[in-house]
Write a protein that binds this ligand. Structure first.
Ligand SMILES: C[S@@+](CC[C@H](N)C(=O)[O-])C[C@H]1O[C@@H](n2cnc3c(N)ncnc32)[C@H](O)[C@@H]1O
Length: 250
């Protein structure tokens, strides 16, 4: 998994039509959810799967005190560069979310794992281990916010194409799409970036592969409860993916 995201790090922003706009939109939506659910008492936020920083950067720009980590060294290097280019003070480090407490310690107001990072863990036991660590990182009454793809609504089969779109950068057109091959509740994903330089008339394709666990949001909710979170619920409005939230007991 780390190798897949290391390869993806320099290209990750091309998944989005406009990464900066997505950073701002997601942070605005997440802030609204955070304030609705936990009020003004959230300041120290820990992102345990920050990637190149999509949510960490946006939440820092919204005034939260953000600490962020990820399994991928290359993504963390890029996240540091992106935050520094925006004059943001975010403490980034490399960490497996299944060891988040050992690495980060406790006392955070909110821990997040967004944009379908949890299904990178390939068993219920691994997901439960990550959630227990996330819970340990929180102060009593702290919040947990997870966003995932709704796999209950996804077609299953082989060769399923998921287009992201065409992104023009100067003379270069990047066409970005994924192809999924299901194997029970798992699927092998290939991410393609086809890069056409229209001046030199050259084409280069980047393809990288990984496996995901197509866990349903309701199962994620069950595992959050098993990890000890209270008042666990799913929110379907206000973000582009289902948002699953829970709170540690006071
Ligand atoms: C779809 S990306 C989302 C990244 C980021 N939240 C964003 O929206 O840009 C999933 C992320 O989960 C990270 N990841 C996968 N397994 C992990 C683990 N065991 N611990 C920490 N991060 C992990 C990957 O490296 C990747 O950055």
């Amino acid at each position: 998994m780390a190798e897949f995201y290391d390869q993806l790090a320099p290209l990750y922003h091309l998944i989005f039509q406009d990464w900066d706009k997505s950073i701002t939109r997601q942070a605005t939506q997440l802030t609204e959810i955070i304030r609705n659910e936990w009020g003004l008492g959230i300041d120290a936020v820990l992102d345990v799967s920050c990637g190149i920083g999509t949510q960490a950067i946006g939440l820092s720009q919204c005034g939260f005190r953000v600490t962020a980590s990820d399994l991928s060294c290359e993504e963390i290097s890029r996240a540091k560069r992106e935050a520094s280019a925006r004059n943001l003070d975010i403490a980034f480090s490399v960490c497996d979310m299944r060891e988040a407490y050992q690495h980060h310690g406790g006392g955070y107001d909110l821990v997040i794992s967004c944009d379908n990072s949890i299904p990178c863990l390939l068993s219920d036991d691994d997901i439960l281990a990550a959630m227990r660590e996330m819970s340990a990182c929180l102060r009593p009454g702290g919040g947990c916010l997870i966003t995932v793809r709704d796999y209950d609504r996804e077609e299953r089969g082989k060769g399923i194409v998921k287009p992201h779109g065409a992104r023009d950068v100067g003379d270069t057109r990047n066409v970005v799409f994924q192809v999924w091959d299901f194997d029970g509740d798992y699927y092998d994903l290939t991410m393609y970036f086809v890069e056409e330089n229209r001046t030199s008339k050259t084409v280069q394709t980047h393809a990288m592969r990984s496996r995901y666990y197509a866990i349903s949001p309701s199962k994620v909710v069950t595992l959050m409860e098993e990890a000890g979170f209270a008042a666990v619920k799913r929110l379907d409005d206000g973000f582009y993916q289902p948002v699953l939230i829970g709170t540690t007991r006071s």
